[in-house]
Write a protein that binds this ligand. Sequence first.
Ligand SMILES: Nc1ncnc2c1ncn2[C@@H]1O[C@H](COP(=O)(O)OP(=O)(O)OP(=O)(O)O)[C@@H](O)[C@H]1O
Ligand SMILES: [Mg+2]
Length: 369
Amino acid sequence: MKVKAIELKNYRNYESLDFRPDKNINIIYGNNAQGKTNILESLYLAATSKSHRINKDSELIENGKDEAHIKVVIEKNSLEYRIDMHLKKHGKKGIAINAIPIKKAVDLYGIINVVMFSPEDIIMLKGGPEAKRRYIDMEISQISKLYLENLINYNKVLGQRNALLKKIHFEGKSQDLEMLDVWDLQMIKYGSLVIEERIKFINHLSQLVGQIHSNISDGKEKLEIIYEPSTQIDDFDKSLKAKRDNDIRLKYSSLGPHRDDLRFLINDKDTKFYGSQGQIRTVALSLKLAEIKIIRDIIHDDPILLLDDVMSELDEIRQDKLLNTIGDIQTLITCTGIGEFINSRISVDRIFEVINGQVFEINGNSLEV
Ligand SMILES: Nc1ncnc2c1ncn2[C@@H]1O[C@H](COP(=O)(O)OP(=O)(O)OP(=O)(O)O)[C@@H](O)[C@H]1O
Ligand SMILES: [Mg+2]
C-alpha cells in the first residue's frame, strides 16, 4: 500500500500542510523541533487512531486552536481510501472512511498498515511493563480487530470491577459481592481471550525475531521474547478469588492481562538490564523487520515504513539489513541532515526539508513549496 497524501490542519505545529510523498523512499530532514516526527505521527494516527508517543488527543491540536483535521489518502489493491480525522479539544474525535463516519475506532484498523521505527521503541525496550503491553497491544491490534475488541471489552469490565471494589471497600454490602462474581466472570472471559492471542502472537514474533536477530548478529546472539502473563488462563478464576480480599483492600484489580509483562532476552539475559545501547537498537531493528514480515504474510501487501531518526543510529551492517528489507516498501525517513545519505547505498526518490511547520521539496538546489 502507498500513502498518496497527508493533509493537516491545525495539527501540532502545522497550520496547514499538503504533503504528497513519493511511492518509494522519502527523506524528510530538518533541524530539531521543526515538525518532522509530527508528519509520521499523523500517519500513524490515521492508521491506528492513536499517537505513537502520547495518549491525549488534545496535545495534537495546534496550541490555541480548538480543532485539528487530518486527511490521509492511500492506495491499496488499486483502490483509494480516504481517512478523515477530526480532533476536538473538547469532545471525542470523529473519523470517516471514504466520507462515511465510523462509530468505533476499531473500524479504522486494517485500512492503513504502518511499521514505525522510532526512539519510542528503545524507550519501550528499556521501559516497564506498561510500555511493553502498549507495544504488544498496538502490534496485535493492527492485524486483529477481534483482539482489539476483546481488549476494549476487557478494559471496560476492569473499570467496572475496580469501581465496584472501591464501593465494597467503603460500604461492604453483600449484594455488591454477588455483583463482583458477575464482573469476575466477564473479566475471565475477555481476559482469557486477550491472553490467548498474546501467547500466540508473542510466540510467533519471538520465533521470527530470533531468526532475524541471529542473522544480524552473525549467529552470536540468541534473542527471545518471553511473555509473562500475570495469570495462566486455567488459574484465572482461582487466582482472582484468592486475590479478592486483597483487591478490595487495594480498591483495584491486582491480577489480569493489564498486569502482564514481556521480557526480551539476549543469550538468556534481560536486555533491559544487560543490553548495551547497540544491542537494544539491534533488538528494535529485529522487531521492525519481523513486524514487516508478519504484516506482509497477513495482508499480502507491504505496510508503509516510518523510520523516525533511527538510520544514523545504526552501523553500516544494520543499515544494510534494513535497506535490503525495504525493497519497494514506501518509506518515510526523518533525519536531521541529508549528508549521511549521500554516500550510502540508499536510492532516495524525494527529499523534503521541514522548517518550522512548513515542508519544502528539495529539487536540485532550489527549494520548492
Ligand atoms: N500542539 C502543538 N501546537 C503547536 N506546536 C506544537 C504542538 N505540539 C508540538 N508542537 C511543536 O512541534 C515541534 C516538534 O515537532 P516534531 O516532534 O515533529 O519535531 P522534529 O522535527 O521531529 O524534531 P527532532 O529532530 O527534535 O525530533 C516543536 O516545535 C513543538 O513545539
Ligand atoms: Mg523528531
